[in-house]
Design a protein around this ligand. Structure first.
Ligand code: DC
Length: 229
């Protein structure tokens, strides 16, 4: 069957990565979490006290950053490696979440990440989620999805995830972080979060994972059919 590129963009904590992983497993495609790259760069900047408001400092730091996705044999998913170190857990911490949108708005950072993402899609058979995947990274992708969900539902989902690791986290903190990230992501100058004209909107506020996957699999089949001839 013809392999396609599937892009999933949308607001923070809409379940983009959950859907992307389900699709990749079902279709035997590669899943790429583009947000993990921005998170790893942010982690490096924080660890090395890089001033991301200074263009020369950013350019110099990017020369020292090597990012890799390495398959984890336990989860069968890719873990993010920063300069040879597995940072999959570290990049999910609140400290990184608080700064990642600022770092992801920096022109040089986006150019660095996008160039690598484009290369990863060369062989098709890929599901990539993020904020600019259907608009900038793969503007010619065969299937583009734009995800959204009620803010209260997104806050609850994210809170549950973070509470597992940190019992001190509050709902209010999570809500503020999500709202701020959405605002910065949608209003930045370079490739802001927006729906591609040809993306299909998926509002999953009231969809369970099973029904969501069935619905999207239908879109996948339609996209493959439409691009087979
Ligand atoms: O998907 P995520 O929450 O892990 O993404 C973390 C941040 O990275 C998000 O707030 C915005 C940024 N991002 C981006 O600007 N472009 C992407 N393609 C993916 C993520």
């Amino acid at each position: 069957m013809k392999k396609i590129i599937i892009t999933i963009d949308g607001y923070s904590s809409c379940g983009k990565s959950t859907l992307a992983k389900q699709l990749a497993r079902k279709l035997d495609y590669v899943y790429i979490d583009s947000g993990a790259m921005y998170r790893a760069i942010t982690l490096y900047f924080l660890q090395n006290r890089v001033d991301w408001t200074s263009s020369p400092a950013v350019v110099e730091a990017l020369h020292n950053i090597h990012l890799d996705f390495v398959c984890n044999s336990l989860t069968s998913l890719s873990d993010m490696y920063l300069n040879g170190e597995n940072v999959e857990h570290l990049i999910r911490e609140m400290l990184v979440a608080e700064k990642v949108s600022e770092v992801a708005a920096v022109k040089e950072v986006r150019e660095f990440a996008v160039a690598q993402q484009v290369k990863m899609g060369a062989r098709k058979g890929i599901v990539m989620d993020g904020r600019d995947i259907g608009t900038v990274v793969f503007p010619h992708a065969e299937l583009k999805i734009f995800m959204t969900a009620d803010i209260t539902i997104r806050v609850e989902r994210r809170f549950k995830e973070l509470y597992e690791k940190n019992k001190n986290i509050t709902l209010e903190e999570v809500k503020q972080n999500l709202e701020l990230r959405d605002y910065i992501d949608a209003n930045r100058e370079i490739s802001p979060l927006r729906k591609a004209d040809d993306a299909i909107i998926l509002d999953n506020s009231h969809l369970n994972l099973h029904d969501q996957l069935e619905l999207v699999m239908q879109w996948v089949e339609d996209a493959i059919m439409a691009h087979s001839s």
